[in-house]
Design a protein around this ligand. Sequence first.
Ligand code: NHW
Ligand code: EN5
Length: 388
Amino acid sequence: RHRFWETQPVGQFKDAGRGGLSEGPIEPPTPLSAVKPEPYNLPALYQWTTCDMDDEQTCAEVYNLLTDNYVEDDESMFRFNYSKEFLQWALRPPGYFKAWHIGVRVKATKKLVAFITGVPGRIRVRKDIIRMAEVNFLCVHKKLRSKRLAPVMIKEVTRRVHLENIWQAAYTAGVILPTPVTTCRYWHRSLNPKKLIDVGFSRLGARMTMSRTIRLYKLPEATATPGFRKMELRDVPAVTQLLREHLRLFVVAPDFDENDVEHWLLPLENVVDSYVVESPETHEVTDFCSFYTLPSSILNNQNYSVLKAAYSFYNVAAKTPLLQLMNDALIVVKQKDYDVFNALDVMHNDTFLKELKFGPGDGQLHYYLYNYRLRNALKPSELGLVLL
Ligand code: NHW
Ligand code: EN5
């Protein structure tokens, strides 16, 4: 069934429900001297390239490859359109390795035709904090599909990760592979229902008119929580503390320090936004919420070319009710003119999704670990990790 994945240290479907298998690494690390020192072989027409994401031209080539060839929904109506600024942010977190930003070029023309990346992160599984690679942006040009290029790229990123003495990875995909840690659903909160319906992202409900639909999704002009404001650099210690405390609640979650929080949560225009609640009395930061910006290209529509979407990232409601905090998030996202706010049913998100008029999407997101076995699949609410 899975000629490649059957050869890899991942939970195999055939081992499901058999018990006996314990939790933890599937294979032990090998000495670094035993890691293959030279790259895997590509088909003769292609060559490896390390993509320097600081370089404007390289970054533009990556952006163009992904814009035309990355993830689409099941009916090919929309395609993710990560911005260049987003890619630079996603690929240059603290301690990143340029060698993990891997491209494939056509030898003859130097055209970039495939890409895969890893970034380092510390991820806790139950009590163990494990250095992992977060693998993302695997993409093969549409004209080069089904030639078994992806397995070579996955082996090559694995090799380069091993060279840094890292032996585990985390990744997500819309497709089922051996074997998901958990399977999450995307939920969508309409902010601009007329446009969403016009472009086929959503449909007019039964017995609903356009004007009733617009009224249904209307939000207040201003946020409700006193002290709700944009996160600033000075908030990093307090946000780190809140987030670390919160992420303890989940079975799998990142282990963020202040450097990570500064990188991943400090607002960056049109990439990531975070808001804190600063108590008007004590000036303590009591809560925060965040979202990232990931537009989608709208394929084949006369009137619109881009869907502006915000994705729920990390939220901590320690004092403010989560429902109220997330409603304020919806209000600021609407003020910024986004069309839709998306969220997965991870962490405690299922406590606000229905109440705040999110509806279930047609897409799923499966989470995976490489070279780490869990005895049982998790519930989405046991997962404290959001990958981009
Ligand atoms: S998920 C997004 C992936 N990208 C897209 O969907 C973009 C559009 N599609 C494409 O570009 C987020 C191609 O269809 C791709 C496959 C490139 C997806 N993950 O070359 P072949 C991520 O980026 C397996 C893993 O002929 P293709 C996460 C497939 O099951 N494997 O196919 C990435 C089959 O193996 P099998 C995937 O269509 C995580 C083989 O690839 C996959 O031309 C990567 C077929 O290859 C996917 N999304 O290219 C793993 N899609 O065993 C990281 C297909 O079934 C692991 N396949 O025969 C950790 C590494 C680090 C370890 C460190 C210790
Ligand atoms: C790893 N970083 O399928 C990424 N999106 O639901 C790789 N559907 O937008 C993994 N098909 O349901 C990617 N509208 C996996 C996701 C790939 C993209 C994807 C889904 C997620 C999506 C939309 C549009 C569907 C268009 C036709 C959808 C319904 C919204 C509606 C709003 C009103 C209330 C009910 C729901």
